[in-house]
Design a protein around this ligand. Structure first.
Ligand code: BDP
Length: 724
């Protein structure tokens, strides 16, 4: 064979390897790899030898399916399933109410602490033999328990003496897809939308089932299918039929469907002249619409609404307010048990108040005025999903209204699906933040789970990072962000470290020598991206529209608050946004303790310094460095951290397949290149104001400022056409 042919064969083989890697990535954290440790495998075999699981419902059937997929893969042998209890059963799975009395007695005490969607997994002695009981109040709890049980097997936990109860702390654990009906995904970096509207309802893609399995495995129980910049067509019968087909799949995994409702739908698809929420015909239209939707989807979740925000229609178009709008829809959904999730992401083009203050100003007066089935969904920070923001001041201040935390899992401002950034670290930082609104310890987590003020509803939403890419999320490590979001929506008190640990084990392998350094890399990755993009409280330095790469110089967009210069305010005197009483006074929206802390540049945590203060270039940081040097060194540090990530990944090579190694290695190299781009572009630009040299240790920029300013990306992914 000639050299040419040989290399063709080689290319083909490497393609096959990479391709099979991608197929493996498709399985997410549900890989169910073969367990090589003989002792462990024997223990697990004994526990799962004969399984009692009555298949009386769809959820139970799906539960059984999962067990019969997972166990043979992990243990190399099948389990026996019985529909009726038998003496040989080693694993007994059923609702508590259905268990025979003597088995109930074995778990009665623990079971008292299991809530509605929670579960219990416990090993007990029964007829002198060890058995394991998996039980719950509702079928969905059984499915969650089995997923957890399989996860514990995947992560090689000792299950011989298991005694575990767990219940979700939030009611609504939701993904928000920003998917358009033409299958583009706003801010989507992992291909097109999963929802194949053209082929629905007739064609059910296997992928819908795998998507639902993945969600159920981490406890996600709601999804909104469509973009918040909504198209009213999804509310027409033609689309409702398609939505119904999806809802029918998801129901078997405990996932409810929500839709985004365009406020002007009564005009666009209802032929009315107005969408005024106080107009009786409009109210009637929404009531009829709700009724119609429930004929298709009897357990429909409700509406997610973006109104009077970034050009979307809303009640203010008719001189009405958010309460008028939200309550009108809530009233329509109420008879059927549906909710309205009303977004608080608002900032007006007619208001020149600091954008960071506007949502709070607009919503606080309405606290207590929304109907009981309205939840207000608030982004984690007051601007817009930046690499770091202080928590949104509405958390803690708005006491009577249940607030849904909105995180962004898709990495619009965090390097798209090219950069490895472990977001649970960011989520954890926000959830652990103390609002001090009801004294010390009033954390955001306690507001979100409803415990601080006793709100009846609670929830967390994540803007999905999922698309048609074979590996679902573009970057293999971005799967960890979907996973981690689900885990924190289940329990907002979990640590990001634990989440990284369990995700790595289920996704890659259980070798401690692999886990420890790679986990460290994940936990550091979030700070790295803050350092090389937006250090010391800087924010929104992103290039126009697409938000790919740096654009701190952008100053020509239609609205002042769309321009990066609005946010960094760099001038010859210094840099940063003064949000203290000498500036916009956004700090007044926080509890007095925090307001005082944030107002004082000497005491404020330095990661928020330039969010709240405009300071001179020679301002002395805690380290003793000048502000200019400190900023420059942070950018350099971010770049160095990415280099360290590459070293860590190279060292992990012996624990990875060629495909696993290669795909992340290539992405990390791009990340390094782009981290340098951020450093060089931002420092060169800020240097035009600071007029100071780069401090020792900061690499010289590879290109000129003009070069960086000239870069254009008309086809960057995820942009919505109307932004152009
Ligand atoms: C911004 C996005 C925009 C979204 C908006 C939102 O750039 O595409 O429509 O948030 O959350 O971050 O509504």
């Amino acid at each position: 064979m000639g050299i040419f042919k040989l290399s063709l064969v080689f290319i083909f083989l490497s393609f096959l390897k990479l391709h099979s890697q991608h197929l493996d990535d498709y399985k997410l954290w549900l890989k169910y790899n073969n367990i090589e440790d003989k002792n462990l495998a024997t223990d697990y075999s004994n526990i799962t030898n004969s399984i009692y699981l009555p298949t009386t419902s769809e959820i139970y059937t799906n539960t059984k399916k999962e067990l019969s997929t997972a166990i043979p893969q992990m243990l190399g042998r099948e389990s026996t399933f019985t529909d009726a209890l038998r003496p040989e059963n080693s694993l007994i799975i059923d609702l508590y109410d259905n268990l025979p009395k003597d088995l109930q007695l074995k778990v009665e005490r623990e079971f008292k602490n299991v809530s509605n969607e929670g579960f219990l997994i416990k090993s007990v002695k029964y007829n002198n033999a060890p058995i394991t009981i998996i039980s719950a109040k509702k079928e969905i709890g059984i499915l969650y328990a089995v997923f957890r049980f399989l996860h514990l097997m995947q992560t090689h936990e000792n299950l011989k003496e298991i005694d575990l109860i767990d219940s979700p702390k939030l009611q609504l654990r939701m993904l928000n897809h920003w998917d358009n009906l033409d299958r583009t995904v706003e801010r989507g970096y992992a291909g097109f939308s999963l929802w194949n509207w053209q082929k629905l309802p007739g064609y059910i893609d296997e992928r819908y089932i795998d998507y639902a399995r993945a969600n159920a495995s981490i406890g996600i129980n709601a999804i909104s299918l469509t973009n918040v910049n909504a198209n009213a067509l999804v509310l027409t019968p033609m689309y409702l039929e398609k939505v119904e087909a999806l809802a029918n799949i998801f129901r078997g995994y405990g996932v409810k469907v929500y839709l985004t409702a365009r406020f002007s739908a009564p005009i666009e698809i209802g032929k009315l002249k107005t969408a005024d929420p106080l107009d009786v015909a409009v109210q009637k239209w929404w009531q009829n619409k709700a009724k119609e939707i429930y004929t298709f989807i009897p357990d429909f979740g409700g509406f997610l609404v973006k109104a009077n925000s970034e050009g979307q229609p809303g009640p203010q178009n008719y001189g009405r307010n958010h309460v008028d709008g939200a309550n009108m829809m809530a009233k329509a959904l109420e008879p059927f048990g549906g909710n309205v999730i009303w977004r608080a992401f608002v900032y007006s083009e007619h208001d020149d108040t600091d954008r960071a203050k506007q949502a709070y100003d607009e919503f606080l007066p309405y606290d207590g005025k929304f109907m009981d089935n309205v939840l207000v969904q608030v982004k984690n920070g007051p601007i817009d999903f930046q690499p770091r923001e202080p928590f949104h001041p509405m958390f803690g201040a708005m006491k009577k209204t249940p607030l849904v935390m909105e995180f962004q899992i898709t990495q619009e401002y965090l390097g798209f699906s090219t950069h490895l950034v472990f977001l649970p670290k960011l989520f954890e930082e926000v959830l652990d933040s103390d609002t001090y609104q009801k004294g010390k310890g009033s954390t955001v987590a306690k507001i979100v789970d409803g415990s601080l003020y006793g709100n009846k509803l609670s929830g967390m939403a994540g803007v999905a990072n999922i698309g048609t890419d074979i590996n679902w999320t573009g970057h293999p490590f971005a799967q960890a962000n979907w996973y981690g979001f689900g885990r924190l929506a289940w329990d907002p008190y979990l640590s990001s470290e634990m989440i990284a640990d369990e995700w790595l084990r289920a996704t890659y392998n259980n070798d401690q020598e692999f886990i420890e350094p790679v986990k460290k890399m994940m936990l550091m990755s979030r700070e790295a991206v803050v350092n090389y993009m937006n250090p010391l409280g800087l924010h929104h330095l992103f290039d126009t529209g697409h938000h790919y790469g740096p654009g701190p110089w952008v100053n020509n967009l239609g609205r002042p608050d769309w321009n990066p210069v609005y946010y960094h305010k760099a001038d010859t005197m210094g840099i940063g946004f003064d949000r203290t009483p000498t500036g916009s006074n956004a700090t007044e929206q926080y509890a007095p303790y925090l307001a005082n802390l944030y107002n004082d540049p000497k005491r404020i945590p330095e990661e928020y310094l330039l969010w709240f203060h405009h300071l001179p270039w020679d301002y002395k940081l805690k380290s003793g460095e000048s502000l200019w040097d400190g900023i420059a060194l942070k950018y350099q540090k971010g770049v160095n951290q990415v280099s360290e990530m590459i070293t860590t990944w190279n060292n992990a090579k012996p624990y990875l397949t060629e495909g696993q190694y290669k795909e992340v290695e290539m992405l990390l190299q791009i990340q390094l290149k782009e981290a340098k781009w951020w450093r060089d572009a931002c420092l060169l630009y800020f240097q035009t104001f600071s007029q100071r040299p780069l401090p020792a240790g900061v690499e010289k920029p590879a290109n000129s400022l003009e070069y960086f300013e000239s870069l254009k990306f008309p086809f960057a992914p995820g942009i919505r056409p109307q932004w152009d």
